[in-house]
Design a protein around this ligand. Sequence first.
Ligand SMILES: Cc1cc2nc3c(=O)[nH]c(=O)nc-3n(C[C@H](O)[C@H](O)[C@H](O)COP(=O)(O)O)c2cc1C
Length: 359
Amino acid sequence: MLDLYALARPLLFQLAPETAHGLSILAMKTGLMPGCKGVQNAALEQTLWGLKFPNPVGLAAGFDKNAEVIGPCFKLGFGFVEAGTVTPKAQGGNPRPRIFRCPEREAVINRMGFPNQGMQAFKANLEAFLGRKHRPAGVLGINIGMNKTQSEPVKDYAALIQMLGPMADYLTINISSPNTPGLRDLQKRGVLLEMLGELKEVRRKSCGEHPPPLLVKFAPDLDEAQQEELASAALEGGVDGLILTNTTLARPDDLPGAFAAEKGGLSGQPLTDKSTQVIHNFYALTKGQIPIIGVGGVSSGAQAYEKIKAGASLVQLYSSLVYQGPFVAQSINSELLSLLQQDGLRHIGEAVGMAHDKG
Ligand SMILES: Cc1cc2nc3c(=O)[nH]c(=O)nc-3n(C[C@H](O)[C@H](O)[C@H](O)COP(=O)(O)O)c2cc1C
């Protein structure tokens, strides 16, 4: 099936990236996108936060912003799917074009600005998915963000937790997308601690007996002092998990000039090592006490394995879906199995944080 994608890719790449994305969503909604068996192997299964992850490869936020195609995403072999970012009110996002590809570097720049249909529509889509007789195996995350016009961010996150929290397996507080003015400023110790205090209270009141874990997603552009400050805030504030990382504002020197000049967040291969380093740092700073989901330029089993050894319990991807095609999760999982075998490990959990000196 990968060969089929190799044939289709040049045609898809003739289209504007957002048009190609829209077509993929349509194909998934109408059942035209082929599924795959996925990789089922006990060596890849993990339980985190009481949730059973059938494999460690997830679909990152931004692909299914409105929770329209969660079921078809699971059929591509992902162990978990993170829908969103959803904001309370519907909003259009930035003017198009706002997604740019760089096939030579397998990179993407986006400045979407959270276009989405708002939490009511998201909830209706989610209800349709959850109401099905047979829910596919796999964990469902919901990534929440604030509207562009909101001057009191905590109000938006609180409204989203109230409405969508009871339906989520886990929630991600997104404070790291670069395209909503002021959002990344929430990545400060005091602000984060205050927000967490309020949001945990909202979760307690609205999510019943099984409150979803609260994860926070950070940017890769934090300097070491900021990483230290945020790691200690995450421990103190009782964050359940970290998602590392979002897209970067940096532009490595070797990117083609016209592409590099586009405003927005860079993802894909140029982000791989930078995000792995951030995972490594946070794992050390938190002494491995907070589970990490590693994301940024994961395109192969070897790259996923690097992030896991750096301290990630799970990984996610988005950009490599564009370049490798719909069965990238399946091939990463098969490669991971071989890598575990090569290292004489029986279970993926044994590899988590292996790059750190445990002495
Ligand atoms: C087109 C596009 C849209 C994205 N939208 C979101 C979003 O809405 N929320 C979010 O937290 N991350 C979003 N991301 C970031 C991804 O979730 C991920 O953190 C980042 O792309 C790095 O992973 P990758 O290199 O595998 O793409 C988006 C990325 C892309 C390419």
